[in-house]
Design a protein around this ligand. Structure first.
Ligand SMILES: Cc1ncc(COP(=O)(O)O)c(C=O)c1O
Length: 438
């Protein structure tokens, strides 16, 4: 470890603790070690904290920064828009332009509605599914995350039956509304889904999933699994909803649905859509989307001009540069993941780096290759926390969960630097006594 100091971040956190619960505005940020960091700037693949420490950034704002920090065309478009206003409370040209782009890029999108966050777009999609089918229940999968709004918080990472530092069960039981309308299904188990829909299908409005279970461990669906889910939904008259908040635009211009060839009825998009500006979307079959004409759709900030022009610029880059951009992202991701696994083998660390598009998820001590959520829960979280702490001390900003986002701004030099830091960090973590199995 080198001698980075974090005095400025620690001072900030002491101040924030007085007026902000846990000192952070999204709880997971509080667990970062050696201390939650306070930042002053970010550019390209780099981010800088109040102590002047610069990091190669794989947190990427928790995913939106697919083009890196301050992508020039996005920033330029927003600057231009700022001179013309931020929020009109009415329509503007760029909204229809964005919807047309999404329809062009995402296979399942025939119509589009905008929101601001992933969580609320999930809620909009599920409400539309209930209205379109006249049914009340939703099927979700173990370990999949669909935002922080009840009741789909059930059985996601960090929830009662999920991974990570779960809130105290009593508090969860009191405050998370996990009603009978949510049915939980294991991932990558076609018989379990057939059985669940066989028993409850007539009451199920929506089957919602992350088509690659990123939050549940970065697990691809097994060959044929998504097609089976599609067929079962059709058989039982349920709508298939892909939560592509993370995978949308990241795995391919058309997201996981383009990569897998399975088209959902509704898709939720966010994160990479806005390149850091807050925007999300529900997109889908026109026949289903038109239900919004009956039940309504609302939000003061929906379609705000700055986010919409940012999204148009970001998608323009992703669409026009796709032939070079996506293969490069995949190459960098593979080099990083292969490098991490090679170093892990050298240090005798039971580490695997599961990859999906420009995403890596590390698992320590899980069965190899991890395929199910249960496999990932068999892994140990404490060594990953140590790894993240050592990496931060060596100038690599990576989450304690082992979920790494690679961006178009990362370079070969970043990968080399990162692997040198991983080498040091693994040496340190491998020396640490095996104690905590958490
Ligand atoms: C797959 C998925 N869905 C939904 C959400 C919620 O999005 P937001 O945090 O913008 O509300 C997230 C957030 O990480 C996510 O990963």
């Amino acid at each position: 470890m080198n001698a980075k100091t974090f005095a400025g971040s620690e001072k900030y956190m002491r101040r924030a603790h007085q007026v902000i619960p846990k000192g952070v505005n999204s709880s997971r940020r509080a667990v970062l070690r050696p201390t939650p960091l306070a930042f002053t700037s970010a550019l390209g693949s780099r981010i800088t904290d109040v102590d002047g420490n610069e990091y190669v950034d794989y947190v990427a704002g928790y995913g939106p920064m697919l083009l890196g920090h301050q992508p020039p065309r996005v920033i330029e478009a927003v600057r231009t828009q700022l001179a013309a206003g931020v929020l009109y409370g009415g329509q503007h040209q760029a909204e229809a332009e964005l919807a047309e782009r999404i329809v062009r890029m995402v296979p399942g999108a025939e119509m589009v509605l905008l929101n601001v966050t992933g969580s609320e777009a999930v809620q909009a999609a599920l409400r539309m599914a209930r209205a379109a089918t006249g049914r009340r229940k939703t099927v979700k999968f173990e370990g999949h995350y669909h935002g922080w709004i009840d009741p789909v918080t059930a059985n996601g990472p960090g929830s009662p039956a999920g991974t990570g530092p779960a809130p105290r069960p009593a508090i969860v039981a009191d405050h998370h509304l996990v009603g009978p309308e949510i049915l939980i299904c294991p991932w990558n188990d076609p018989e379990a889904l057939a059985d669940l829909l066989g028993r409850h299908g007539a009451d199920v409005a929506a089957v919602i999933m992350e088509p690659v279970a990123v939050n549940g461990g970065n697990l691809w669906a097994d060959e044929g699994y998504l097609a089976t889910a599609r067929r079962l939904c059709d058989q039982h008259g349920c709508l298939l909803v892909f939560d592509e908040v993370v995978t949308g635009f990241r795995l391919a211009p058309g997201g996981a649905q383009q990569r897998t060839g399975v088209t959902p009825d509704l898709t939720v998009l966010a994160k990479a859509l806005g390149a850091g500006f807050p925007i999300s979307a529900v997109a889908g079959r026109a026949e289903v989307m038109r239900i919004a004409e009956e039940i309504g759709h609302a939000g003061t900030y929906n379609g705000n001009a700055t986010s919409v022009v940012a999204a148009n610029a970001a998608l323009d880059v992703l669409e026009s540069d796709q032939d070079s951009l996506y293969p490069r992202l995949e190459r960098l991701t593979n080099e990083l993941a292969d490098g991490i696994e090679r170093l892990a083998a050298r240090h005798g660390a039971p580490l695997q780096a599961l990859r999906a598009g420009a995403l890596i998820r590390l698992h320590w001590g899980a069965p190899t290759p991890a395929r199910t959520y249960a496999d990932t829960l068999a892994g140990r979280t404490e060594p990953l926390r140590h790894l993240s702490e050592h990496l931060i001390r060596s100038g690599v900003h990576a989450r304690d969960t082992g979920l790494w986002y690679i961006s178009a701004a990362h370079t070969d030099d970043d990968v080399d630097r990162t692997l040198a830091a991983v080498d040091q960090a693994l040496a340190a973590v491998s020396r640490q006594p095996v104690g905590n199995t958490g």
